[in-house]
Design a protein around this ligand. Structure first.
Ligand SMILES: *[C@@H]1O[C@H](CO)[C@@H](O)[C@H](O)[C@H]1NC(C)=O
Ligand SMILES: *[C@@H]1O[C@H](CO)[C@@H](O)[C@H](O)[C@H]1NC(C)=O
Ligand SMILES: *[C@@H]1O[C@H](CO)[C@@H](O)[C@H](O)[C@H]1NC(C)=O
Length: 697
């Protein structure tokens, strides 16, 4: 719908003809910035009718956004709906007062919303963009990749620095402190016949470059400062996903009309920043009509409660599909690869010819029937090839892995360690909305007289039958699962695990995990734990963190790449460690039929004044105010280590990798140089960055 659909621009009203022919009349002087955007789109469209991505200067885009008025009533309604929804965020309480070991600032999400609400009421925001950015920054301050609030106005433009392109942070030898370079420079130097040495970036917009990038990096959602820093840069895995790094591509953040770079050789260059957009600006003449068009909360797709049953085990948002012709163009030839590029297996040669690499860019990034099974099958085949070819060691490369399907991660683990138990636990925030809905739904689930087909919550979020207790036994009831327990002064459900023996869980399109139900026939353990290394760049999030935790429990070591230029350890896992995403649309799909059919009279009157009542009323509005209908998400499940008696969500636990390495120039063009370096520190006696090696290295 709005975000990605092909734009059809009316060509009947080309005001541009008035000034396209050397006309000296100042016809543009009065043109509103948003109208100028529309005209630019019309021109680009008529010049190239296949165009779906349009470009204007960042300055013009920002002027257009700044001209959009705020509507107080709408803004208040938006804040109230977010407030009810965010109560589902599992880390809400911990974020206000994070335990030692969490490296980022505390944030009070609900308090922050109250403040924004007060500011709206007092008329403090000059326009819609300033208001939405306040919400955006508040959400980002949670540094949780599952907490997403893509609001309509500020999602219209993507700010980019395409002319400079990506930056890289590379070290001369992988151990000495890295410096920053322009990736295009390194590429030109690598391919040039001339003997040219690129100069490092010294300052950005007048500020020390490392400092500038560090500050800027906090606009992203990782919860680790080194992972945030890495996210600024180009890398082969990032490029494979169409991302040149957060410096080149930063959504929604405007940093001025230009970017000035000063190199160490004293050359100073200024580049123009641009903005791209895909929405049709037809009918947009000014900020007011921009608001009417893009901040129009009318849903284009009605949430449909009888639509195909939702998949309960879905962590991490699904990214856009990649071009599939050669999904791994920058990688060497694989032994096997999945058609969408998510996973591929390689063999190293030379000194490490006994080493295999399993590169996992995502635990499913595109929806297709059977894709999870295909992933699992590819791993089966690749591990068989490893056995057949006498491979003794394995590197699991999860750089930039944002997660995906939890059971696909479980399955990979069980193929590597068929005899190990999946002991990872989780809990939910125990709050009024979950309790009231859970009580109601479980009454319905256990009442034979009611037809509950329209609720479709058997084997869903509220059904204790999809979980087991931490000891693997079933919960006796919803009440037993709900608890609540008091942890760290806050209320949570009982710690639980997924019940992988429950066939209901695998009905909804979830993979049946190797070693469970009908898949008891699993090949023997292919590698010893000390011969496996998990290779990350800190970005590992969601399902990736679940796998990392399971591997660590077996004694698998981790090597992490990059990070801030300093000699110190770095965490292997910097992405969100919460383990489940809840979309507003999915939640509303549950709430609506319960309210519409099963809550009446006094109960309805009582609930009207609660957060749940608010969400029932305002969820459609909030869904209509996101850039894609219903695209607001929270994380509803905290991951817990199996042996942590304090039950601290792993999101807040500091865990350094066993060894850290910096990238080298070569690694920017040859991914096998990264793998060889990891093999070399793991098994070849190579050294880690000073101060970063754990006892295991
Ligand atoms: C300084 O280095 C930059 C970046 O490598 C390069 O583009 C520029 O041409 C160099 N300037 C001089 C005077 O060599
Ligand atoms: C809001 O969207 C609906 C549905 O697309 C449309 O019918 C209506 O005209 C829009 N309102 C404005 C003010 O553009
Ligand atoms: C809801 O989804 C079901 C199943 O996909 C479909 O048959 C039905 O037409 C949909 N209803 C609406 C109102 O879109």
């Amino acid at each position: 719908m709005r975000a990605l659909s092909r734009v059809v621009v009316s060509l009947t009203l080309l005001t541009s003809t008035a000034w396209g022919l050397g006309n000296n009349f100042p016809t543009r002087a009065k043109v509103e910035p948003c109208e100028e955007v529309r005209i630019a789109q019309e021109e680009q469209f008529s010049a190239e009718p296949e165009t779906t991505i349009f470009t204007v200067s960042a300055e013009l885009a920002e002027k257009c956004l700044q001209s959009v008025p705020i509507k107080k009533k709408d803004a208040l309604r938006l804040v109230d709906s977010i407030s009810s929804f965010w109560k589902w965020q599992s880390s809400l309480d911990y974020l206000t007062d994070p335990p030692k070991g969490y490296l980022l600032p505390a944030v009070d999400l609900i308090g922050g919303l109250k403040e924004i609400r007060r500011n709206v009421a007092k008329g403090k925001y000059k326009g819609e963009a300033e208001f939405q950015r306040a919400l955006y920054h508040l959400a980002t301050d949670a540094h949780d990749g599952h907490l997403d609030l893509p609001l309509d106005a500020i999602s219209t433009f993507f700010y980019k620095r395409v002319e400079i392109g990506g930056l890289v942070s590379v070290s001369a030898d992988g151990k000495s402190l890295p410096e920053i370079y322009v990736q295009y420079d390194l590429k030109a130097a690598a391919s040039a016949e001339l003997d040219w040495t690129p100069s490092a970036v010294d300052r950005i917009n007048g500020k020390d470059a490392v400092q500038w990038l560090r500050e800027y990096s906090y606009n992203d959602k990782s919860h680790d400062p080194d992972a945030l820093y890495n996210n600024m840069f180009y890398s082969i895995p990032a490029r494979t996903k169409g991302f040149l790094g957060g410096f080149a591509h930063q959504h929604a953040i405007y940093t001025g009309k230009t970017t000035t770079i000063e190199f160490k050789n004293d050359t100073k260059v200024t580049f123009e920043n641009i903005a791209t957009f895909t929405e049709s600006f037809e009918g947009v003449n000014d900020g007011k009509s921009f608001y009417a068009k893009f901040c129009n909360a009318t849903l284009t797709t009605e949430p449909n409660s009888s639509a195909k049953k939702r998949n309960v085990v879905q962590a991490a948002p699904i990214t856009q599909s990649r071009a599939v012709k050669d999904p791994r163009a920058l990688y060497p030839d694989a032994v096997y690869f999945l058609s969408n590029g998510d996973v591929a297996g390689y063999f190293l040669d030379g000194e490490f010819s006994d080493t295999a690499v399993l590169s996992v860019l995502a635990f499913i990034s595109t929806y297709q029937d059977g894709i999870s099974e295909a992933f699992s099958e590819l791993v089966v085949r690749f591990l068989a090839a490893c056995r057949k070819n006498g491979k003794k060691k394995l590197i699991i490369d999860v750089a930039t892995n944002p997660g995906g399907k939890v059971f696909v991660g479980f399955d990979l683990f069980k193929q590597l360690f068929p005899n190990a138990e999946i002991k990872n636990r989780f809990n939910f925030r125990a709050h009024e909305q979950y309790e009231v809905l859970g009580d109601k739904i479980n009454d319905l689930l256990t009442d034979d007289k009611l037809t509950i087909a329209d609720i479709e919550q058997a084997d869903g979020l509220f059904d204790p039958d999809v979980y087991t207790r931490a000891d693997g036994k079933k919960f006796s009831s919803w009440k037993e699962w709900y608890g609540p327990d008091t942890v760290h002064g806050y209320k949570f459900t009982r710690p639980a695990r997924w019940d992988l023996e429950n066939p209901g869980l695998t009905k909804g399109g979830n993979l049946m995990v190797s070693g469970y139900q009908d898949r008891l026939d699993v090949a023997s353990q292919p590698f010893d734990a000390e011969n496996i290394v998990l290779l990350t760049d800190g970005a590992c999030a969601s399902t990736c963190t679940i796998l990392a935790s399971l591997l660590k429990q077996q004694g698998v070591r981790s090597v992490v790449m990059g990070g801030r230029p300093r000699d110190s350890p770095m965490q292997a896992i910097g992405g969100v460690e919460g383990s489940m995403v809840l979309t507003l649309e999915d939640l509303y799909t549950i709430i609506k039929p319960v309210f519409d059919k099963y809550i009446t009279g006094n109960e309805l009157r009582r609930l009207e004044d609660t957060d749940l009542g608010e969400l029932y009323r305002s969820a459609p509005y909030l869904m209509g105010r996101t850039s894609i209908d219903g695209a607001a998400n929270v994380n509803y499940q905290n991951a817990l280590h199996p042996d942590d008696d304090t039950l601290t969500p792993t999101q807040f636990v500091y865990e350094p990798a066993d060894c850290r390495l910096f990238y080298t120039q070569e690694m920017m063009f040859d991914i096998s140089a990264v793998w060889t370096a990891a093999a070399n520190v793991a098994w070849g006696g190579g050294e880690c960055v000073s101060g970063s090696a754990s006892g295991a290295f």
